[in-house]
Design a protein around this ligand. Structure first.
Ligand code: NIG
Ligand code: FE
Length: 427
């Protein structure tokens, strides 16, 4: 966005969850519950940045604020809860259609893997993306990002991965780039050419891997279309060896690394940790013996319980063991048409509380500051501190625990994205 946002003063905040940290590290163990709450608080934002955080009464007495009162847009929060905008660090927004046939098949008893083997799943979203033109894809993604912002999200990691040929993967990433320019929030693009083997390469897997590594990856890197490369490593997708090829190529092209791991079956972490990935995602099946190494590493475990919920699974990632072992845990929606058609971070948080036994405070930190760590953006995102980007969400609740408590309803009434206000409430 080229327009410089007007100065904003949020006043009378009932609970301001600052998420300020004593040390610049991902939150682990007990520190995951520290929200840095300030009551009767105020936040001043200028030029898309947070400039000061304090008490409302002090802000209203401040000489600079008094002098510039007329240029400042004042938002009276009337006791509502304000927190850092959510950082949704795992989404797949570039698709055209919902997968309603798969949905019904699963209800009738078929599993995610059975549907994929029968030609449904990821493969059934390919056609739509290949046929769509770039403006149509971009329009669709923009509508999604606006909806995300309406639920409090201000930063989104967004993957390609439903084109799965050279032109369609590039088109997906270019569509995202054009969307990012029209949306005031922050978009982190990820190249996921290694989502699955497309049907035309069914019997030539290595040829597809070569295409991803030797043609798509260099083009994506050269055109700076993505910051990350991702790979879906699991039964029915890519093996650990194949994923290694993808990660090596990505590293050569200076893309930062992340991977889908352990969603359907266990894969040992050690060969992956050697690549120093920024995040390993899903992690439903992780060997206990791998937890200490994961905890010692800088890699964040991004848990996406929306996928477990939507696939009707009774098993969820073992967040408690992760947290107790000292693993840095983030939460994301995994927004996609096959396994997690929700873009609501509060919904992901609610699932984390009810099914993974994370406390509401842990869920908030995992959805904000640790999400920022999972995107290497913690210097700008994920907390309300002077110098950080002005990304804030206002919730129509009195107590932060209500955000995860009232599931299935959206209580986000106002979102500020890099200083730009979306939404309105009656003061
Ligand atoms: O994160 N696991 C791989 N990718 C997505 C599902 C994609 C799809 O089914 O369209 C996920 O769950
Ligand atoms: Fe995913």
């Amino acid at each position: 966005m080229t327009n410089v946002p007007t100065p904003l003063l949020l006043a009378n905040v009932g609970q301001l969850l600052t998420l300020r940290s004593r040390t610049p590290r991902p939150r682990r163990g007990a520190s995951l519950s520290e929200l840095g709450i300030s009551e009767d608080a105020a936040v001043l934002c200028i030029g898309g940045k947070i400039v000061s955080v304090g008490k409302t009464k002090d802000a209203l007495r401040d000489a600079w604020i008094k002098k510039h009162r007329r240029q400042i847009t004042e938002i009276d929060c009337r006791g509502r809860v304000v927190l850092p905008g959510f950082v949704d660090s795992h989404t797949h927004p570039v698709f055209t259609q919902p997968r309603l046939i798969d949905f019904e098949k699963r209800i009738a008893g078929a599993s995610y893997e059975e549907i994929a083997e029968a030609g449904g799943g990821i493969r059934s979203s390919i056609d739509g993306v290949r046929k769509a033109n770039k403006p149509a894809l971009s329009e669709k993604v923009l509508a999604t990002f606006r909806d995300m912002a309406a639920h409090g999200t201000t930063t989104v990691e967004a993957k390609s991965g439903y084109g799965l040929d050279f032109a369609s993967e590039i088109k997906s990433l270019e569509a995202m780039r054009s969307t990012a320019r029209q949306w005031p929030g922050t978009v982190v693009p990820t190249f996921l050419g290694a989502h699955t083997v497309p049907p035309e390469y069914r019997d030539r897997r290595q040829a597809y891997l070569d295409l991803v590594c030797n043609e798509m990856m260099p083009a994506v890197a050269k055109r700076k279309l993505a910051q990350f490369a991702d790979v879906f490593c699991d039964r029915g997708a890519f093996s650990a060896d194949e994923a290694g090829q993808i990660l090596r190529a990505a590293r050569e092209h200076k893309l930062a690394l992340r991977a889908h791991l352990g969603q359907l079956s266990e894969t040992r972490l050690e060969p992956f940790l050697r690549f120093n990935p920024v995040s390993l995602d899903h992690m439903d099946y992780v060997n206990d013996a791998d937890l200490p190494a994961l905890a010692r590493s800088d890699t964040v475990a991004t848990l996406v319980p929306g996928a477990n919920y939507f696939l009707g699974l009774s098993r969820y990632p073992r967040a408690r063991q992760f947290i107790e072992a000292g693993v840095a845990v983030a939460l994301a929606t995994d927004y996609n048409p096959g396994s997690s058609p929700t873009l609501s971070m509060p919904m992901a948080m609610s699932l984390a509380c009810t099914h993974m036994k994370m406390s509401p405070a842990e869920a908030i930190a995992a959805a904000t500051i640790n999400g920022a760590w999972a995107l290497r953006l913690a210097d700008r995102k994920g907390s309300i501190e002077p110098g950080k980007d002005a990304d804030l969400a206002v919730f129509e609740v009195k107590d932060y625990r209500e955000i995860a408590y009232w599931f299935g309803v959206n209580h986000c009434v106002l979102t500020i994205l890099n200083g730009v206000v979306q939404g309105a409430f009656c003061a």
